[in-house]
Design a protein around this ligand. Structure first.
Ligand SMILES: [Zn+2]
Length: 259
């Protein structure tokens, strides 16, 4: 029955991805994500119901507005497909477990934050705070249902430690580590700490490794130089994904050690 769960979560991911596109466009502009209805940014015509089907509509319209023919960014179908893939993968990873909803919410939030961070070097509070509260509540529910209170306590401690480390780094050098990343550390510490301290260390290590590799590659390709600000948020999100999905495999050699 796991296949059914994966399919359902994948479909849910398409719909959520469609909503994330609205979030990614509107939240940094200070607009409401609820109203008004989505409209073409070029001609202002409201998007018709039939043109609002994730991925399919973009393909049918060949990536152009039905009314003014203005190109629609390929980011829209990519976010929808990305979210569907993340949700299906998360369902496969957790199965019918009480903590599945927390990680679906986490990855939806991290996907939106990554897109905004890359585009604008910004991690909006309006997304990070609700995301942190929602993940904390969903994991609390999971702890209450499964009795894994020790995992929750470890998550809270990891969140506090990670926050303290980033807070200090931000004090020392606010240019290298923005306060948006400091805020984001809470939900990462909690969600990875719930899985175990090893996951937190792996997530942190993977984030910096991915950041370093991509940074060096971009400098080598002369697409940026050392003085460019870096969207660290997306590397934190990628590191978190590596820890969640590859953690059980990568941490196996250390499974003899208990934290
Ligand atoms: Zn248009």
């Amino acid at each position: 029955m796991l296949g059914l769960l994966i399919c359902l979560c994948g479909l849910l991911g398409l719909a959520v991805g469609s909503f994330l596109n609205v979030v990614i466009y509107r939240v940094p502009r200070g607009e409401s994500v609820v109203s008004p209805r989505s409209a073409c940014p070029s001609c202002g015509t409201p998007i018709r119901e039939r043109d609002n089907i994730p991925v399919v509509s973009w393909l049918v319209l060949h990536g152009r507005c039905r009314d003014c023919q203005a190109p629609i960014s390929v980011r829209y179908p990519l976010v929808e497909l990305g979210c569907a893939g993340l949700f299906a993968g998360t369902a496969a990873r957790f199965g019918y477990q009480w903590d599945l909803p927390a990680y679906l919410v986490l990855f939806a939030g991290l996907l939106a934050l990554s897109c905004i961070d890359v585009e604008r070097l910004l991690i909006p509070k309006k997304i990070v705070y609700p995301l942190t509260v929602l993940v904390a509540l969903l994991l609390l529910l999971a702890a209450a249902q499964t009795g894994k209170w020790h995992a929750y306590v470890i998550g809270v401690i990891c969140a506090a430690v990670w926050f303290a480390v980033f807070f200090t780094m931000n004090l020392v050098s606010p240019r290298i580590l923005g306060f948006g990343d400091v805020r984001l550390s809470l939900v990462l510490g909690l969600a990875l700490g719930w899985l175990g301290v090893g996951y937190v260390l792996l997530g942190f290590f993977a984030a910096n490794l991915i950041g370093a590799v991509i940074g060096i590659a971009l400098i080598a390709a002369q697409r940026m130089d050392r003085s460019n600000p870096v969207p660290y948020g997306i590397f934190l999100a990628l590191g978190c994904a590596v820890a969640v999905f590859a953690g059980p495999e990568l941490l196996r050699p250390f499974s003899g050690y208990s934290f």
